[in-house]
Design a protein around this ligand. Structure first.
Ligand code: NAP
Length: 295
């Protein structure tokens, strides 16, 4: 068996086209232009490239986007003041603070300062709580993207044995919670593995769906999966550089070997990655609708 490739690039493209139409309609019918601000502290090259990709995508879809970069030695209070300003700016519906923050800034304090109605990353405890309760909220972008990939690729998750590897607050925990809820791409029986899991292969071998969010290149090998498994590989690991200096990326799954056993698999790059930014745009449009009383 050679797996069907679940293309995040193609799926993200389709969702972006839908969003373009929605954004144009919002402007025409309601005079609403969704607005997003991205805030970066410092000059980390990876963070700079993520923020610039977010702004470029926003711009291409017709979202008003602003980008603010603070110096690496800016104080926590400066950042909190900036968030306060955007909490009260009617043009801005979504506020994204790029993580990680420099060590002298308390990340939780900063994330909690964002108005939950503008928390398009879905990291504020109000939104996390609503997500767990299955209430309307902003879903965190990467798990949201995974749900869309599963739904749009026709993967039936109801009753499926899902093994999530990784228990981070941004991927592992939320995707595990969402997939056990009574919802589209949910109703699964979910097992979560992490560094203290005794025999990971025993879990992954009986999984119908594996979601790997670990950060260890090619950790999931062919002998760890059963025939016909569906693989969602969240990992983005830099494993080298090309002659012209570009990063060579690998996922958490040994793609070449596992694709020979899997029914479907996401590639890295071109899988979950493009979905994450797209879901940020979707959440920003949702935030604009909320502010305009259209939800
Ligand atoms: P993280 O916060 O570092 O969490 C990694 C998780 O994996 C932890 O729960 C850790 O267990 C577990 N883990 C690490 N090594 C393990 C091992 N050898 N065996 C079993 N479990 C292990 O990472 P993250 O933020 O969730 O990100 C995970 C990966 O996804 C990274 O490669 C990241 O770059 C990528 N990512 C991609 C996107 C995207 O849009 N494509 C978005 C977010 C993240 P413990 O809790 O026990 O330490």
């Amino acid at each position: 068996m050679t797996a069907k490739i679940i293309s995040g690039t193609e799926t993200a493209k389709a969702i972006r086209e839908e969003l373009k139409t929605e954004i144009a309609e919002l402007k025409e019918k309601h005079n609403v232009v969704p607005g997003l601000v991205t805030i970066l502290v410092g000059e980390d090259p990876a963070s700079q490239s993520y923020v610039s990709a977010k702004n470029k995508t926003a711009h291409a879809l017709g979202i008003h986007s602003e980008q603010v970069t603070l110096a690496a030695d800016s104080s926590e209070q400066e950042l909190l003041n900036l968030i306060d300003k955007y909490n009260n700016d009617e043009k801005i519906h979504g506020i994204l603070v790029q993580l990680p923050l420099p060590k002298h800034i308390n990340e939780a304090k900063v994330l909690y300062a964002i108005n939950p109605d503008k928390d398009v990353d879905g990291f504020h405890p109000v939104n996390v709580g609503k997500m767990v309760l299955g209430e309307q909220c902003y879903l965190p972008c990467t798990p949201h993207g995974i749900l869309e990939l599963l739904t749009r690729s026709g993967v039936n998750t109801s009753g499926a044995e899902v093994v999530v590897i990784g228990r981070s607050n941004i991927v592992g925990k939320p995707i595990s919670n969402l997939m056990l809820q009574k919802r589209d791409a949910g109703n699964a029986t979910v097992t979560i593995c992490h560094t203290r899991t005794r025999d990971m292969a025993a879990h992954t071998r009986r999984a119908d769906i594996i979601i790997a969010a670990v950060g260890v290149p090619k950790m999931v090998t062919a002998d760890m999966v059963k025939d016909g498994v569906v693989i969602i590989d969240v990992g983005v690991n830099r494993i080298g550089k090309t002659a012209d200096g570009k990063a060579i990326l690998a996922g958490d799954v040994d793609f070449d070997a596992v694709k020979e056993k899997a029914a479907a698999i996401t590639p890295v790059p071109g899988g979950v990655g493009p979905m994450t930014i797209t879901m940020l745009m979707k959440n920003t449009v949702q935030a604009a609708r909320l502010a305009a009383g259209l939800i």
